[in-house]
Design a protein around this ligand. Structure first.
Ligand SMILES: NC(=O)c1ccc[n+]([C@@H]2O[C@H](COP(=O)([O-])OP(=O)(O)OC[C@H]3O[C@@H](n4cnc5c(N)ncnc54)[C@H](OP(=O)(O)O)[C@@H]3O)[C@@H](O)[C@H]2O)c1
Length: 266
C-alpha cells in the first residue's frame, strides 16, 4: 500500500501515474488532507480513499509519500511522530526539505528517501532524482526507483547534488517553456498562425528531446547532421551562438542551483 500526506496536485499525479503503470490498485492507496476539495479531487482522479487525518494513513500504510507544501512538511511530521514506527518509510517530495530535517522531525533510525520530481510528472514525463537519508536501506532505494521510473526518468544522487538537480530538471521545464514560446513567436513573425506556430514549436522540442533520449547520440552530432553547408539551419545556429544562447542556458541552470542552495540555507 502507498499512503500520501497531502492529496494535492502532485499526490494526485503520482497516484494516477502509479495506477496507470499497474504498480498499485485504487484500494492500495490512502491519502490524507485537511482540505475537503483536495480530498474530493484526489478520489475523483484516482478512485482511492482520501481521509482527513494523517494519523490514519500512518496507522494503515508503511510507505508514506510526503506530498505537502515544503513549509508544511516538518509541522505535519512532528505531529505524526508518535505514529511513525521502524517499519515505516517516508518518501518526501517536498522541495528543499533535507532528509536530515525530516529525520529530526521524527526519530533517529527513520528511513527517509527524498525525491525531486519535476512538473512534467503531471503528464507522466518526469525527470528527477532521489537521495537517501541516513538510515534508508537498499530496498527503500529500490522502491523509489521502481515508483519514480514508472513516471519518467529518475537517478540516485548524493543529497549534496539535489540543488544541482533542482537547477537543471526542477527549473528546466520553465527554461524550455521560454524557448518554446520564443520559437513560436519566431514562427508568427514569419507568417504562421499562432495556434500552428505553438504546436509546431512544442512538438519540435518534444521530437528533438526524443531523438536525444532514444538514439543516445550526442546532441552536438544530431545538430551537425541537420546543418547542411550554407543551409538554413546553420544560418539560424550562427545567430544563436552570436547571441550567447548556449552560455545563457548554462548560466540559467547554475543560477537556479545557487538559488536553491540559498533557499535551503535560509
Ligand atoms: N508541482 C510540482 O511539479 C512539484 C515538483 C517537485 C516537488 N514538488 C513538491 O510537491 C509538494 C506538493 O506540491 P503540490 O503542487 O501538490 O501542492 P498542493 O497541490 O498545494 O498540495 C498540498 C496539499 O497538502 C495539503 N496539506 C496542508 N497541510 C497538510 C497536512 N498537515 N497534512 C496533510 N495535508 C496537508 C494542502 O491543503 P491546503 O491547500 O488546505 O493547505 C494541499 O491540499 C510540494 O512540497 C512541492 O515542493 C512539486
Amino acid at each position: 500500500m502507498i499512503g500520501f500526506l497531502g492529496a494535492g496536485k502532485m499526490a494526485g499525479a503520482l497516484a494516477a501515474g502509479w495506477l496507470e503503470a499497474g504498480l498499485v490498485e485504487p484500494r492500495q492507496i490512502l491519502a490524507a488532507d485537511p482540505s475537503p476539495e483536495a480530498r474530493e479531487a484526489f478520489s475523483r482522479r484516482t478512485g482511492a480513499v482520501a481521509v482527513e487525518d494523517n494519523a490514519e494513513v500512518a496507522r494503515q500504510v508503511e510507505t508514506i509519500v510526503v506530498a505537502v507544501k515544503p513549509n508544511q512538511a516538518e509541522p505535519a511530521l512532528q505531529k505524526l511522530r508518535g505514529e511513525i514506527k521502524d517499519a515505516h518509510r517516508l518518501v518526501s517530495i517536498a522541495a528543499g526539505v533535507s532528509t536530515a530535517r525530516i529525520e529530526k522531525a521524527l526519530f533517529d533510525g527513520v528511513r527517509v528517501v527524498r525525491v525531486m520530481p519535476n512538473t512534467p510528472a503531471l503528464v507522466g514525463a518526469m525527470a528527477g532524482a532521489y537521495a537517501l537519508g541516513r538510515w534508508a536501506k537498499p530496498e527503500d532505494a529500490a522502491l523509489a526507483r521502481e515508483l519514480f521510473s514508472a513516471l519518467g526518468v529518475v537517478f540516485e544522487v548524493e543529497e549534496g547534488l539535489m540543488d544541482a538537480v533542482t537547477g537543471l530538471s526542477g527549473s528546466g521545464p520553465a527554461f524550455v517553456y521560454l524557448v518554446i514560446e520564443a520559437l513560436a513567436d519566431g514562427g508568427v513573425a514569419v507568417g504562421l498562425p499562432r495556434s500552428i506556430a505553438r504546436e509546431l514549436a512544442a512538438h519540435t522540442v518534444l521530437g528533438a528531446a526524443k531523438m536525444v533520449a532514444e538514439t543516445g547520440e550526442h546532441p552536438g552530432e544530431l545538430k551537425d547532421a541537420v546543418a547542411s553547408p550554407g543551409g538554413t539551419t546553420i544560418a539560424g545556429l550562427r545567430e544563436l551562438e552570436g547571441r550567447g544562447v548556449r552560455a545563457a542556458l548554462m548560466e540559467a541552470v547554475v543560477r537556479a542551483a545557487r538559488r536553491s542552495e540559498e533557499l535551503g540555507a535560509s
